[in-house]
Design a protein around this ligand. Sequence first.
Ligand SMILES: Nc1ncnc2c1ncn2[C@@H]1O[C@H](COP(=O)(O)OP(=O)(O)OP(=O)(O)O)[C@@H](O)[C@H]1O
Ligand SMILES: [Mg+2]
Length: 470
Amino acid sequence: MSDRLDAPEDRPRTAIAGGLSARLLFLTVFFVMLSEVLIYVPSIANFRQTYLTSRLVDANLAAMALRATPDQAVSVELAQELLDAADVRMVVLKREKTRSLLLGEDTPPEVDASFDLRTEAPMMMIMRAFESLIEGERTLLVVGGFPDASPGFVEVILDEASLRAAMIDYSINILQLSILISLVTASLVFLSLHFLFVRPMRDITAAMIRFREGPENAGNVMPPSTRADEIGGARRELARMQREIRAALRQKTHLAALGSAVGKINHDLRNMLATAHLVSDRLAASDDPDVRRATPTLVAALDRAVALCTATLDYGKAEAPTPRLTRFRLRPLVDELMEHVGLDAESNVAWLNDVAPDFEVTGDRDQLFRVLQNISLNAMQAMRYDGAFTVSAEREGDNAVIELADEGPGLPARALEHLFEAFAGSARQGGTGLGLATARDLVRAHGGELELAKSDETGATFRITLPAGR
Ligand SMILES: Nc1ncnc2c1ncn2[C@@H]1O[C@H](COP(=O)(O)OP(=O)(O)OP(=O)(O)O)[C@@H](O)[C@H]1O
Ligand SMILES: [Mg+2]
């Protein structure tokens, strides 16, 4: 195609960073990380709970080992070993009403915070877990029930530092795992979307570009797809559209070639007819009365032939020029028109201009004149210059609606079949069938519409709708 669009936005983007795949990759990583964070909050609280509970269990075991000794007393070294094994600084067991310090330094350390694991609500657990992560250096007193749920409680004093260290280890593990999971998930999502979606999209875009650059080449039409999904649908629709465009293009090319051939023939024909016209003028001066009698018919036929050639040539020229819009009063134009539709002293036409004096339309005055002229001329010819012809105009919303009504016999069926089609719509002896086609082209170039509003034995009415054209 001649007018190729090569603006930057028309060129395909292949850069990875801007592509769909990269965006999907980043989004997937982001979402997986987000869900990991959401999972992390309760699980770190749960980790703290488990850690503290196992300290209580270990402390209980250490205390039980102590109780197994005959006098319930061990050396300072063994006591310290037992405490270290449970990773606590002091253990207190309370069964029934007796409260007994079993293991630990003689003077209990000063406690910064104490928690009772038996009554901690989930939200409290989460808050305390983050507190430990932030503070990290306190001495904690933790109270919990016995593992066998017997009455009483276990109390331990421990350093928050080891809890925090364990929590940080756990967090790092979770972070590493999250990164691994999100990378694996993102890669899977990326690969599946790439093969299911992005690559077919690129194929489609490439096919569009190929077709745009060479629509004449049948090889540039998208190959058919067997996919049953939306992408398959898009490919099939694209292939169909390309086939249709190719067919239309072929037809247009042929028509254009035919049109220029007709143009050339027409041009030469008009010159030949002009010569014949000159010769026939001389025939009028002939001495032979038969020749003189035939001459006017011959001249009229030649005139019609020349008019046909001229009209065809005009139509064949490029499309109607863009209307030069002005705002003007319609009534004077209709008055002017009256002198250009072949009315003479013998004709018996009542020309009724019903347009309000201040009614204005927006449009190209010369083009609209031609439109109205074609329609009125048809009406005069149909009425054989006898009857009333009315032009009226009114506003419908933003549009100006102009109606031209005659009292002729209405349109013959032959004309109705191909009305508004160039060369095909004529049902009149000597008609070219260009009048209404040209008129409609001109009105449509204004963004308006020309239609046949009424046609019966009492007459025909044509309606022109023109937009306000602000
Ligand atoms: N007001 C009308 N009343 C009856 N028939 C009409 C009227 N206007 C148009 N027609 C019919 O429609 C046909 C098409 O009109 P159109 O103006 O397109 O072509 P034409 O008048 O035959 O030729 P041209 O205008 O190119 O010289 C006419 O031949 C005529 O039969
Ligand atoms: Mg006509």
